[in-house]
Write a protein of this length. Structure first.
Length: 216
């Protein structure tokens, strides 16, 4: 009897003032679209923060709540270096992964981690993940780009943006950090969220096809 195919593994980084419980709910549409062929592995950020009333209204006492960084004065990302070390340790202990998925703050984290990997590993065959999936991510300020030695990221990327998201423009700016030949942008009519998984939505067929192509 042939061995069962090995599942592809995607590391998931949640958004600000949420946690893995929220993230697992947010990616319901991707789970349904990709089925049993992909394992999604979510981790909590190392920094605890106060609850977001809008999140609590939906998820109740599902805290504690976490963040990858706090915006600080002069364009600094307070706590970001600690979070980078934390995720790189997760990858060292539990990787490699086929992709990193980040929502909101998690999308910025995934992008900075990818920039660091591109700057330190010269052979793409030795990369610790093959691509990124970024939803509703903020742009990276000039200080962040200088601190993490940003160059154009020659790396496969999938971007999901809500046209009614207050961070829509910033999401498009984040997209521009990736080389155009390997990036795919999917836009939906909603806000700061993944497309709804509870209505028939062909966008998930398109996104899942792009993910399969990226990680296989």
């Amino acid at each position: 009897m042939p061995d069962a195919p090995t599942k592809k593994r995607i590391l998931c980084l949640h958004g600000l003032r949420t946690n893995t419980t929220v993230m697992e709910f947010q990616i319901t549409g991707l789970k349904l679209a990709l089925g049993s062929e992909v394992e999604f592995i979510s981790v909590n950020a190392p920094m605890t923060v106060d609850a977001d009333p809008e999140i609590v209204a939906v998820f109740g006492d599902a805290g504690p709540w976490y963040a990858w960084y706090r915006p600080a004065l002069f364009g600094k990302y307070e706590g970001l270096d600690r979070s980078i070390r934390f995720v790189e340790d997760v990858i060292a202990r539990n990787g490699p992964f086929d992709a990193i998925l980040g929502f909101s703050q998690g999308a910025l984290m995934a992008t900075i981690l990818t920039a660091r990997m591109q700057n330190t590993i010269q052979d793409p065959e030795k990369y610790l993940w093959r691509g990124v999936i970024l939803a509703c991510g903020p742009s990276i300020n000039d200080k962040g780009k200088a601190t993490y030695n940003f160059k154009k990221l020659q790396f496969p990327s999938i971007h999901i943006a809500g046209k009614e998201d207050k961070a829509y423009k910033a999401s498009l700016e984040l997209t521009e950090l990736y080389d155009a030949k390997d990036r795919h942008l999917f836009e939906h009519s909603g806000g700061h969220q993944f497309p709804s998984p509870f209505v028939k939505n062909p966008i998930y067929d398109e996104i899942s096809a792009a993910i399969r192509k990226m990680i296989h």
